[in-house]
Each structure stands twice: as structure tokens, then as C-alpha cells.
Design a binder for this molecule. Structure first.
Ligand code: CMC
Length: 428
């Protein structure tokens, strides 16, 4: 007999089963609450609500632990590669050498975009935000694959997965090329995933392009660190939109939009803009931190704080170290990195941040690396999207295989007017 919770509501007492996860996390299962009592739960921002059971990613926010399929992020960061991590997340296990070769080969062979689709970019203004371009093109590219969009068909799902992982970097790079007026590059199959993306972004048809191994490795690492983060805003979007049984392209297009927001993935662009503003306005780190604490000032210390982590975000630790390594190897001196380090030191000793348990998150240092390798700041969140894509896909696949699958449809407590009569215009 499992553990139960007892809930007294009105003159009723109901027993609610307790569900225990493999790491000992406990949840009260309220799925029968409304049918048994007529009550629903209310949890703005879902801070206390588990929306699913999942075996993909484990986070302990108090201890600062992150694992994909049980494997600590630190080990994956050191030993793995992005496509291997993508495979691990989506298929639930590390690939054999043959699995990885076949997966990588298939992905590389799907990187090209239909010639007609390139015209889509011509309709976008030069200063279109790349996240708008990515979301629009990922949604629109589904029009080329009407025969393989059924989320219940395993073969359709498999080819859509490979197409999406392959084409999102191409679409993101084309959004960038369009913005700077350079020709779109064709993918080159002899390059690996990240090398190919770097060439699509930074190469041009007039010259040979050889990806710099330091930059290639740095980007691969950043993609690994962004690959999944359980039920965050864009992943919950993936699950909610996916639960309507729409195809994978429509789902991922919605997830990209959710990621774009400055409280979520858009924070990486906000961080670099914040660091640049501090530099350009000659503000001190202390002055900015004071501003970020002031309630009537809308500035926050971007790249700080997290709903789940009340300790160091383990990804931020790895990225901070990588930041120093990469900049050192590239011989780049970054004033922005100096400002970031100063802000971190001040905030970590400041009572406001200490009391609220606000630590640097994944977005605090990542932009300094993107910046050092020549990426414009409005592309940062698109890079996050490329990294997060395998996580969204893994969660979508898990949702569709879940025996508890139902369309996502929360309830509400209505607080509007009670029944009222319609008044004609003359009566108003
Ligand atoms: N700077 C200043 N104050 C902050 C910050 C910050 N970065 N983050 C939280 N606070 C304060 C907030 O004002 C509140 O104070 P009080 O209790 O006095 O009202 C308290 O800390 C709790 O904050 P919250 O907004 O209720 O926390 P939340 O869990 O709802 O939000 C968050 C989490 C990440 C949206 C928030 O910390 C934030 O806005 N951070 C800056 C944006 C950012 O870096 N986002 C990236 C998140 S990690 C990667 C990702 O999700 O993509």
C-alpha cells in the first residue's frame, strides 16, 4: 500500500495518492480531485504543479544537480558531443558507434533546404529578429512534407526528427545571411554538425572556410549544455501544443516563440545588451546591481535567478570556465567578461541576492562566448533554440508514448461579471 495524503475540504475528507519519483521526489496525485470533490487546484506560474512523469532529465535545484537520462551534465560536457547527447535524450540511451554514425549521417544528409523555400526569406525585412524568422520558417517548412506529418506514424516522426535537427541550423544561418545581405551557403556534408553550421553562418562562396576547432568545440559544448532542462516554459509549450496532436514542425515553431521571451531563452541576448550598456554608459557594476534591486526600476540583473535552481546552475559553472578557456585560446580580451565577473562577485555577496537565492544561470556567461566568436547578439537565442531542439523533441516523443496522454487543458477560477443581459447600443 503506497503513501497517501489526506485532504479535508468542506465536510469531506479525501485520500490522494502520493507518487514518488526515482530520485525520491514526492507529488500528490490530484487527478481525481475534481470528480471526487468539485474543487480544482490553483497554482499561478505552476510553481507547485507537476505536469507529467518524465524519465528524460533530472534537476535538483537545491543541490545544483542536472542529469540527462541519469548522466551528470559535467560528464557529458567533458566527454560527449552534441549529436550523441541528442540521441541520448531522444532514444533514451547512449548510441553505439554504428547508431551514432547512422544518426549523424542521416542528420547531415537532411541539412539542405528546398530551393523554393529560400524565397521565403526574401519576404522578411533585413532587420527581422532571427527568432521570428526561425519560428516562421520551421512552421512553414512543414508545407513541403505533407506526407510525413502524422504524429502517430513512427516513420513520419522519425524522418521529421532528423529533418528538424538538420534544418534548424540551416534556417537560423539563412536568417543571419539574409540580414547581412550575403548569399546563402549550401551545407557541406563532409563537415560535422557544428562545423557545418559555422560555415553556413560565417563562410562565403568566394573563400574556403575551415571551422576553427576551438570555436567548433565551444559551440558543441554550449549546445550540449542547452539540450534539455525538463519542464521549462518552452518545453511545457512543446507538451501543451503537441498534446493537440499537431505535427512536430508546428509544435517546435511554438516552442521557439516561447523560448524567445527575455525571461526565458531571450535572456542571453539581454545579458550581453546589459553588459554592453554598462560599458557604454560608464556605469559601475555596483551601480547596476543597485538598480536591479530597485522595485520601481524595471531592470533586473539578467542571467541571474531561476525558478528551480536555488543554488549554482551547474551549466553556468561550466560555461564560465569555458568562457575563460575559449577567450584565452582565441586571444580575445573582453571587457564584457570583466563586467560580468564583477557583477557576479557583487551580486553573490549582496543580501538581496543571497536572501532570494539568486545565482548566475545558463544565460549569464554564454553570450560572452557567442560574442567572442563573432555572433551578433540577436542570434544568441537562435543558438539556444538549436541546442534545446533535441530536448523538445525528446519530451514530445515521451508525451506521445505516455499511457496517461490526454490533451493539455488547464481549468480556471472565473472572476468576471456574473450573468448579465445584453444591452443594445442605444441603451449603453
Ligand atoms: N534581478 C533582480 N531581482 C530578481 C531577479 C533578477 N535577475 N530574479 C529574481 N529576482 C527577485 C524578484 O524580484 C523577486 O523578488 P521579491 O520576492 O522581492 O518580489 C524574487 O527575486 C523572486 O523572483 P521571481 O520573479 O518571483 O522568480 P521566478 O521563479 O518567478 O522567476 C526568473 C525566475 C528566471 C524569470 C527570474 O529570476 C528572472 O527574471 N531572471 C532574469 C531573467 C533570466 O535570466 N532568465 C533566464 C532564466 S534561465 C534560462 C532559461 O530559462 O532560459
Amino acid at each position: 500500500m503506497g503513501e497517501n495524503a489526506e485532504l479535508r475540504v468542506g465536510d469531506q475528507v479525501v485520500e490522494l495518492p502520493v507518487v514518488v519519483g526515482s530520485e525520491g521526489e514526492r507529488a500528490i496525485d490530484i487527478s481525481k480531485l475534481r470528480s471526487q470533490t468539485g474543487y480544482i487546484t490553483l497554482d499561478p506560474g505552476f510553481a507547485n504543479t507537476g505536469s507529467c512523469k518524465s524519465s528524460i532529465t533530472f534537476i535538483d535545484g537545491e543541490k545544483g544537480i542536472l542529469r540527462y537520462r541519469g548522466i551528470p551534465i559535467e560528464e557529458l560536457a567533458e566527454k560527449s558531443s552534441f549529436l550523441e547527447v541528442a540521441y541520448l535524450l531522444i532514444y533514451g540511451r547512449l548510441p553505439t558507434a554504428e547508431d551514432l554514425e547512422s544518426f549523424s549521417g542521416s542528420v547531415i544528409h537532411h541539412t539542405m533546404i528546398h530551393e523554393d523555400f529560400k524565397k521565403f526569406f526574401a519576404a522578411l525585412p533585413k532587420d527581422a529578429h532571427p527568432m521570428a524568422a526561425c519560428s516562421a520558417t520551421v512552421g512553414a517548412i512543414a508545407t513541403f512534407y505533407p506526407d510525413s506529418l502524422d504524429p502517430r506514424d513512427e516513420r513520419h516522426v522519425e524522418v521529421s526528427i532528423h529533418r528538424l535537427i538538420a534544418k534548424l541550423p540551416t534556417l537560423a544561418a539563412y536568417a543571419y545571411k539574409h540580414s547581412i545581405g550575403q548569399p546563402f551557403m549550401y551545407p557541406q556534408n563532409k563537415l560535422d554538425y557544428v562545423g557545418n553550421f559555422l560555415r553556413l553562418m560565417f563562410g562565403n562562396p568566394c573563400e574556403e572556410y575551415e571551422p576553427d576547432p576551438v570555436i567548433r568545440r565551444a559551440l558543441d559544448l554550449l549546445f550540449i549544455l542547452h539540450a534539455d532542462h525538463e519542464q521549462n516554459c518552452s518545453t511545457s509549450t512543446t507538451r501543451l501544443v503537441g498534446s493537440s496532436m499537431v505535427n512536430l514542425f508546428g509544435t517546435i515553431s511554438a516552442a521557439i516563440n516561447a523560448l524567445w521571451g527575455p525571461l526565458h531563452g531571450g535572456a542571453n541576448q539581454e545579458v550581453i545588451d546589459m553588459l554592453a550598456a554598462i560599458r557604454d554608459e560608464g556605469m559601475t557594476g555596483r551601480q547596476f546591481v543597485e538598480r536591479a534591486k530597485t522595485k520601481d526600476d524595471t531592470s533586473r540583473l539578467m542571467g541571474f535567478g531561476h525558478r528551480v535552481y536555488k543554488n549554482f546552475d551547474p551549466r553556468a559553472r561550466i560555461i564560465k570556465k569555458a568562457c575563460f578557456d575559449v577567450l584565452n585560446k582565441l586571444g580575445v580580451h573582453s571587457k564584457l567578461l570583466e563586467i560580468a565577473v564583477e557583477l557576479e562577485e557583487i551580486a553573490l555577496k549582496d543580501d538581496y541576492f543571497v536572501e532570494r537565492k539568486l545565482y548566475p544561470n545558463v544565460d549569464f556567461y554564454s553570450g560572452v562566448i557567442y560574442n567572442a566568436i563573432g555572433t551578433p547578439s540577436n542570434m544568441f537565442t537562435a543558438l539556444f533554440a538549436i541546442g534545446r531542439l533535441p530536448g523538445w523533441i525528446a519530451q514530445w516523443v515521451e508525451l506521445h508514448g505516455d499511457p496517461d496522454f490526454r490533451i493539455g487543458r488547464p481549468r480556471q477560477i472565473y472572476t468576471g461579471p456574473t450573468k448579465a443581459s445584453y444591452q443594445t447600443v442605444g441603451e449603453r
